[in-house]
Design a protein around this ligand. Sequence first.
Ligand code: NAP
Length: 311
Amino acid sequence: MSQKEKPKNLIDGRKISRQVKEEVKEKIEELKKLHDKSPGLAVIIVGDRPDSRTYVNMKKKACAFVGIKSFERKLEVDVTQEELIKIVREYNENPEINGILVQLPLPKHIDEEEILSQISLTKDVDGFSPYNIGKCAMKGRDPLFFPCTPYGCIQLLKRSNVEISGKEAVIIGRSNIVGLPVSFLLLKENATITICHSRTKDIASTVKRADIIIAAVGIPKFVKAEWVKEGAVIIDVGINSVEDKTRKSGRRLVGDVDFENVKEKASLITPVPGGVGPMTVAMLMVNTLRGFERSLESEQKEKENEKEKEN
Ligand code: NAP
């Protein structure tokens, strides 16, 4: 889409993510002046899936921009579970690293849940641990890290001045990494939430009630214009590769929303690409900075305790 063709009701995820990264960069520069230290993020990638490679490169680029040191471990696809656990544990112990990210999906012979559970809670910048998700679900509690994509969705709404409190939000999808946690975060913001999934009987009429629609299904153009209430705000999390013979690659990315038709009814809508995707990476930077700040705080406390003991 050229600059000229951009509809007025577009939520520009690239622009908002740039603002977020600028804020992170500024804070990191400030902390570096005070403590002569920078945050570190470790990424573990298994095998050579091109999509995983692309995501890891995006994260490394964002780290370089904001001033986070990136550490990368690229492992062969036949790496054993034990070797992988050993690497996670090494990173857990490394004080230079404030965030550990295991790029998913992992090969079938690896127990993904077990690997993720090995990441220290204080370095779980993806926010996928049951502890963090549990805290997201609890009233009046905050997790150590909000999961990046759901966190990015909320930031897109807030930074576009969308009132969430008291609004009817319909979330399509209940995955542990998107649909479920984004529902919890919307609830924290005092929305009334409804979660739809593959067994929901009448998605169209449920979605029609929504002031805010979050689509996280993984089916191209799933949400139709007829389902959308005039003036609804739409966050399209989907990233689907579809055939496009007009492109050199023969493919293009589309979301879970029938963008061309739905944009006519929405008051605000995210595009794909350029919507939620860049925010996921930006929120990873925010989380890594938060991990770093916490480690500085605990160092400070330790110093104070030592001083007290001396006195
Ligand atoms: P997922 O784990 O496959 O979950 C899909 C969800 O959609 C499930 O809860 C499923 O219901 C529901 N669903 C499937 N078919 C449905 C139907 N016909 N009607 C209603 N609900 C249906 O996917 P995910 O990991 O949440 O990802 C969703 C999309 O977001 C994908 O396109 C993914 O690529 C994208 N994504 C984007 C980002 C980003 O940074 N932008 C990050 C993560 C994911 P059941 O639970 O009943 O099976």
